[in-house]
Design a protein around this ligand. Structure first.
Ligand SMILES: *Cc1c(COP(=O)(O)O)cnc(C)c1O
Length: 457
């Protein structure tokens, strides 16, 4: 596969266009086989006034995905059923989505997106809650094997959850938590260093718990090799896929990952606080003493759930991790968004994504002011995210010169560009292949370039 930069240059040559110009962005959009998906989404307007018709350039799908146009109708239908049928909506539903089995409508597409069997996926709760649920089953420390290995700069919620799990077992995170940091002067972890650390901690490690994609740097970890390395030491391996799901192809079953969890409001566009997902490998389908699951009535087999027995009749698949009846509005909102995913697949999305993010990187590294190679400039932008497309998803994390950060970020916002900031001087830009265009990326880079020019003056 030629690199994205080579692909772009070949295209620029064949179209006789300047790869840094706006006409080239238009040409890239014109040949994008996924461009029609753009019409499936609602775009925020630049002012709070929702009648304002100037639309934002939205590059923040890594934080909250846009609303699919289909969502409103789906939710209105649920409100209608609730209004007209009340409790009967659990069984009889004019739109064929009886609430009792609302989760079944989203399982197939979820399994397809994370690369697992239907029986290995469940949709329930929210992400951090699911970390706790999964740890309740999979983190069973013994005096010999008690450590958890994770990234040093994991998303804070994951860190807090894991530390609290360790304490909940009466252990001290100072001893039981092993965190892996990049080498001095580097932004990302090297795979070799991760594998070596897993080997070094060896049989003391109960769990390796990593993110699939690092939320801050955008680094995509080699989940297959991390899983193999953990298993070679007899450890269990789980992933938080918050930034990976719907962003990169995943093969959880084939990689033999033990468990994983994700939220659905980032790249899966289910809406703020949306319902979350988990994967548990089928070898753990039956609850056992080694891995006691937390339970509730929704852990019970559907066939006997309403017999209201004293004894749980557990679902012998990942769905058995459910405890409560799920929020139907959240489930339906996810369903609406997954119907959009259902019309394409992760391979097609990834193909576009590699080119789209490659185009962003190309612009950032070829424009003199941005790359820091321009005249009379103290320093340009540093891309923290790996340059290897295989080691990243769609997001690039940019470090701005400290003095430029505040004014430049304010300038982006003023220009109606939505991306997000992380202290002290990082901007995360997530062009998502489902609804972002090459012209979105062009506009971002052009505005950024102009703003940096103002800083240099
Ligand atoms: C977004 C994100 C979360 C958010 O957790 P919630 O429980 O959904 O509030 C947690 N962990 C990671 C890695 C995330 O990216």
């Amino acid at each position: 596969m030629p690199s994205p930069a080579d692909q772009l240059e070949a295209l620029a040559q064949s179209t006789n266009l300047d790869p840094l110009g706006s006409a080239f962005a238009e040409a890239l959009d014109a040949q994008d086989p996924l461009r029609h998906f753009r019409d499936e989404f609602c775009y925020p307007t630049r002012a709070e006034d929702t009648t304002e018709d100037q639309l934002c350039t939205y590059l923040c799908g890594n934080s909250l995905g846009l609303q699919p146009k289909a969502t409103k109708q789906y939710l209105l239908e649920e409100l209608e059923i609730w209004a007209k049928r009340g409790v009967l909506g659990h069984h009889s539903h004019a739109y064929q989505r009886p609430w009792l089995t609302s989760d079944e409508n989203v399982l197939q597409e979820s399994a397809r997106i994370v690369g697992c069997k239907l029986s290995e996926v469940a949709i329930l709760n929210t992400l951090t809650v699911n970390i706790h649920f999964l740890f309740a089953a999979f983190y069973q420390p013994t005096p010999q094997r008690f450590k958890v290995i994770m990234e040093a700069k994991a998303f804070p919620s994951d860190r807090y959850a894991v530390e609290s799990q360790i304490r909940w077992h009466g252990l001290d995170p100072a001893e039981a938590l092993v965190t892996l940091a990049p080498r001095e002067g580097e932004h990302c972890l090297r795979t070799e260093d991760i594998l070596e650390a897993i080997e070094k901690e060896g049989s003391q490690t109960a769990l390796v718990f990593f993110s699939g994609i690092q939320y801050y740097t955008g680094q995509l970890f080699d989940m297959k090799r991390i899983t193999e390395a953990g298993h070679a030491q007899g450890s269990l391996v789980g992933f938080d896929l918050a930034h990976a799901v719907g962003n990169v192809p995943l093969y959880l079953h084939d990689w033999a990952v033990d468990f994983a969890c994700w939220c659905t409001y980032k790249y899966l566009n289910s809406g703020p606080g949306g319902i979350a997902g988990i994967y548990v490998h089928e070898k753990y389908a039956q609850p056992d003493e080694e891995r006691p699951r937390l339970a509730g009535w929704w852990s019970n087999q559907k066939a006997t759930r309403f017999q209201m027995r004293d004894q749980l009749d557990p679902i012998q698949e990942t769905a058995g991790y459910q405890v409560s009846n799920p929020n139907v509005f959240a489930m339906t909102s996810l369903l609406a968004s997954l119907t959009v995913f259902g019309r394409t697949d992760m391979a097609a999305l990834r193909r576009k994504s590699i080119l789209l993010t490659g185009y962003l990187e190309y612009q950032l590294t070829r424009r003199p002011r941005l790359s820091g190679k321009g005249e009379g400039k103290s320093g340009g932008i540093t891309i923290m995210t790996p340059s290897d497309p295989e080691a990243r998803g769609c997001q690039l994390s940019l470090l701005l010169p400290a003095a430029a950060f505040r004014p430049v970020f304010a300038g982006l916002s003023e220009a109606g560009i939505v991306c997000d900031e992380r202290e002290p001087n990082c901007i995360r830009v997530g062009p998502t292949p489902l609804y972002n265009s090459f012209q979105d990326v062009y506009r971002f880079v052009q505005v950024l370039d102009d703003l940096m020019a103002g800083q240099a003056a």
